[in-house]
Design a protein around this ligand. Structure first.
Ligand SMILES: O=C(O)CCC(=O)C(=O)O
Ligand SMILES: [Fe+2]
Length: 180
């Protein structure tokens, strides 16, 4: 991802899970994933999550949520808060890759989606990722052996992303696997 210099490579144009590459310069292939989510009405919302608690594995996520139905919640200090609906507004979420590279200065929030008995809901998330072949680690400028040692170990982006779905289904957090 690189402002005006980024060039868009060929995309496969699939609606769900559509994916395209952005080329940042020689050898760098940042990835963008799009996820369209449809949450049907659920007669027993207290039993079923639309999306289980997780943090995004991206650098940043740009989220376009349904502006008629709520459901997205964010965890803060052990309490779940509803994310308010603001029509015609994009929500920008910090992802795990930013938490790792910033050595924990920026936090990747844990969030979930609850279901609704009366209304269906739609969302579109764009996940921006570092080139999957690259390794990420806390930026050296943000690591100080005495004041603030590295809180995360180096990890290949591809390996990190590969663990996302497994951890989501198990109810665990991938980021915990790289914490020192
Ligand atoms: O549907 C939403 O509002 C959130 C979707 C989400 O968190 C995700 O796709 O990772
Ligand atoms: Fe998410």
């Amino acid at each position: 991802m690189q402002g005006g210099e980024g060039r868009t490579g060929p995309g496969n144009g699939e609606a769900a899970g559509a994916r395209r590459r952005l080329y940042n310069g020689p050898g760098e292939k940042a990835d963008t994933y799009a996820r369209f989510s449809y949450y049907p009405e659920c007669p027993r919302p207290e039993l079923v999550f639309g999306l289980k608690p997780h943090s995004d594995g991206s650098v940043l996520t740009v989220l376009m949520v349904d502006d008629t139905v709520g459901g997205l919640q964010i965890l803060r200090d052990g309490v779940w808060f509803d994310v308010p609906i603001v029509p015609r507004t994009l929500l920008v979420n910090i992802g795990d890759q930013t938490e790792i590279m910033s050595n924990g200065i920026f936090k990747s929030p844990v969030h979930r989606v609850v279901t609704n008995a009366e209304k269906e809901r739609l969302s579109l998330a764009l996940f921006y990722s570092v080139d999957p072949e690259r390794e990420i680690e806390p930026a050296t400028q943000l690591v100080d052996e005495k004041q603030r040692p590295a809180l995360y170990r180096k990890v290949k982006v591809k390996d990190y992303i590969a663990g996302l779905y497994e951890h989501l289904s198990q109810g665990t957090m991938v980021i915990d696997t790289v914490k020192i």
